[in-house]
Design a protein around this ligand. Structure first.
Ligand SMILES: Cc1cc2nc3c(=O)[nH]c(=O)nc-3n(C[C@H](O)[C@H](O)[C@H](O)COP(=O)(O)OP(=O)(O)OC[C@H]3O[C@@H](n4cnc5c(N)ncnc54)[C@H](O)[C@@H]3O)c2cc1C
Length: 285
């Protein structure tokens, strides 16, 4: 049985490994030029992967890639799948691929600000912004990911403005402690209300609870206000609303973070959900 696996993050790779073990023929289609999904964004050591006291995200990814290679799993990078119908998946570049079954493991995307000018915001990662070295950078949010991004940029001596709509941050204490020691310009109880682009970067309007409006010029913007399932419109019909474990509908199996409640999103849950999708295929052949 040919299985098209959409998404080369932990869930997709786990699904491919389990498919292979179960005698199926998986191929992974990954939209980016490298595998890993959110593993590419994790900069702190991972301490909650059972059996690994402390491991870096790149070590985890290295192990997943080695495992997929050992099992000769075909991997198609820069292959964004935009839709599926029965036994065919369609790629953005126009290719159509036939597969007996599809496992859809697209993970999450950053939630957007719903404001005028949001279309100007690039979806650059913290690493890409660090590589570009331009500053100042506006970071929006108050959770772990926002504070981690603000800290990493400030530690690299980039100028950072952090905007959070509440008074208190929701990030873990370790991030708040790290932030305290850094020269980050923090605006609390403040909201970004509009963005426009100028020759060098962005003009950002920020309004505070005290009804002051401030405009800042920044080189780039990182919005870290949460994540949501990264469902392509062409897959929307096949993705059930409440879904643990992966839930078959229209022959489409959904795996990983995209199908997990926020509290359960993790590497172990992604691995397990990839395994469940593969076993479901065999049990319902
Ligand atoms: C900063 C950070 C820290 C974290 N720390 C931990 C931790 O310490 N411990 C832990 O257990 N978990 C941690 N996580 C969570 C963990 O990384 C995720 O739960 C896990 O990566 C989910 O795997 P996934 O495969 O479901 O999704 P993802 O990792 O998001 O992978 C999905 C992949 O699918 C691809 N894709 C999407 N749409 C398409 C398409 N249409 N066509 C082709 N490809 C597509 C994406 O490009 C991506 O590569 C962390 C996450 C982040 C962001």
């Amino acid at each position: 049985m040919d299985v098209a696996i959409v998404g080369g993050g932990p869930a997709g790779i786990s699904a491919a490994i389990w498919c292979r073990r179960l005698g199926l023929n998986p191929t992974i289609y990954e939209r980016e030029s490298r595998l890993g999904g959110q593993l590419q964004q994790i900069s702190l050591p991972i301490v909650d992967l059972p059996g690994q006291l402390e491991i870096s995200a790149s070590q985890v990814l290295h192990g997943l890639i080695a495992h997929a290679e050992r099992m000769s799993i075909p991997i198609s990078l820069q292959s964004r799948v935009i839709g599926w119908s029965g036994t065919r998946v369609t790629l953005q570049d126009g290719r159509t691929i036939s597969a007996d079954r599809v496992i859809y493991a697209p993970g999450l995307r950053n939630r957007c600000l719903d404001i005028p000018g949001q279309e100007w915001i690039s979806d650059a990662s913290t690493g890409e912004i660090l590589d570009a070295g331009r500053s100042p950078i506006l970071v929006v949010g108050g959770g772990d990911r926002a504070l981690e991004a603000a800290c990493r940029l400030a530690e690299a001596e980039l100028q950072v403005v952090l905007v959070h709509w509440r008074k208190e941050f929701s990030a873990r204490g370790q991030f708040q402690d790290r932030l305290r020691s850094l020269p980050v310009d923090i605006l609390r109880e403040a909201q970004v209300t509009a963005i426009s682009q100028d020759g060098h970067g962005y003009q950002v309007r920020i309004s505070t609870d005290s009804h002051h409006v401030r405009t800042v010029s920044v080189a780039d913007i990182l919005v870290r206000i949460g994540m949501e399932p990264d469902i392509e419109p062409g897959f929307a019909i096949g993705v059930p609303q409440e879904t643990v474990p992966s839930h078959p509908r229209h022959d489409l199996l959904v795996a990983g973070d995209a199908t997990l409640p926020p509290a359960y999103r993790s590497l172990v849950a992604a691995y397990a959900s990839g395994m469940q999708a593969a076993k479901f295929l065999v049990m319902n052949e």
